[in-house]
Design a binder for this molecule. Structure first.
Ligand code: GRF
Length: 204
C-alpha cells in the first residue's frame, strides 16, 4: 500500500467522490481516503462518506468570517488527517493563493468540459449555447487561476443535436467517473511529472 492519503473536497451530490471511494475499495487507487470535507452542511457527499466509514466534516463557509478563516480550517483538517493529495470533486469554491500555496502541485480538480474551453460554473449550458460538436472532461492540477492549472487527462463525448444540459451532463459524468480514479492513481504511482506551468508528462 502506498503512503498516500487523499482528502476529498465536495459541495454537493458527490458522485465523483463515490467513484473514487469505489476505486480505492477495488484497489485501482492504491491510497487511503483520510477525510472528506464539504463547505455546505446539506451536501449529500457528507452522508455518503460516513456510510462508507470515512471521516467527513463540514466547514460551513457561511459560518466563517472570511475566505482566509474558511481555508485555514480546511488546511487544519487536511493536515490532521495526514493528507498528501487534495482532490476537488465538485467543490464549488475558488481557492485562494494561500490554500494553493499550502498544497502546491498536490491539488487535483475535475472540470466537465474540454479546458481551456468552457471553464466556470455552467460548462454544459455554455457548450450547448456555443454549438460545439464535442465536449468532455478535464483533470488538472490546481494553480491560482480558475480551471487553469496544467492538464493531466482529458476525454471526449459527442454533443447531440437534441441534448439538454441534463443529457450532456450525464454523458460527461460517465467519463468523469472513469477518468478521475485513473488520474489519481497516476499521481499516487509517481507517474505525473510537471514540466512547467502548463505541461504534465505521464511517465510510462
Ligand atoms: C462534476 O460534473 C464535476 O466535473 C464538477 O462538478 C460536478 C460534481 O458532481 N466539478 P458530483 O458532485 O461529483 O456528482
Amino acid at each position: 500500500m502506498s503512503k498516500h492519503v487523499l482528502g476529498i473536497l465536495c459541495s454537493g451530490r458527490g458522485s465523483n467522490m463515490q467513484s473514487i471511494l469505489a476505486a480505492v475499495e477495488s484497489g485501482e487507487i492504491k491510497a487511503k481516503v483520510g477525510i472528506v470535507l464539504t463547505d455546505k452542511p446539506e451536501a449529500r457527499a457528507l452522508i455518503l462518506a460516513r456510510e462508507n466509514g470515512i471521516k467527513a466534516v463540514c466547514i460551513n463557509r457561511k459560518e466563517c468570517t472570511d475566505q482566509q478563516e474558511f481555508e485555514e480550517k480546511l488546511v487544519t483538517e487536511l493536515r490532521a488527517a495526514g493528507v498528501t493529495l487534495v482532490v476537488l470533486a465538485g467543490f464549488m469554491r475558488i481557492l485562494s493563493p494561500y490554500f494553493v500555496g499550502e498544497y502546491r502541485h498536490q491539488i487535483l480538480n475535475i472540470h466537465p468540459s474540454l479546458l481551456p474551453s468552457f471553464g466556470g460554473a455552467h460548462a454544459h449550458r455554455d457548450v450547448l449555447a456555443y454549438g460545439t460538436k464535442v465536449s468532455g472532461c478535464t483533470i488538472h492540477f490546481v494553480d491560482e487561476g480558475m480551471d487553469h492549472g496544467p492538464i493531466i487527462l482529458q476525454d471526449t463525448v459527442p454533443v447531440m443535436d437534441d441534448d439538454t444540459e441534463e443529457t450532456l451532463a450525464a454523458r460527461v459524468l460517465k467519463k468523469e467517473h472513469v477518468l478521475y480514479p485513473r488520474a489519481i492513481q497516476l499521481y499516487v504511482d509517481g507517474k505525473l511529472e510537471i514540466l512547467d506551468d502548463r505541461h504534465v508528462r505521464i511517465k510510462q
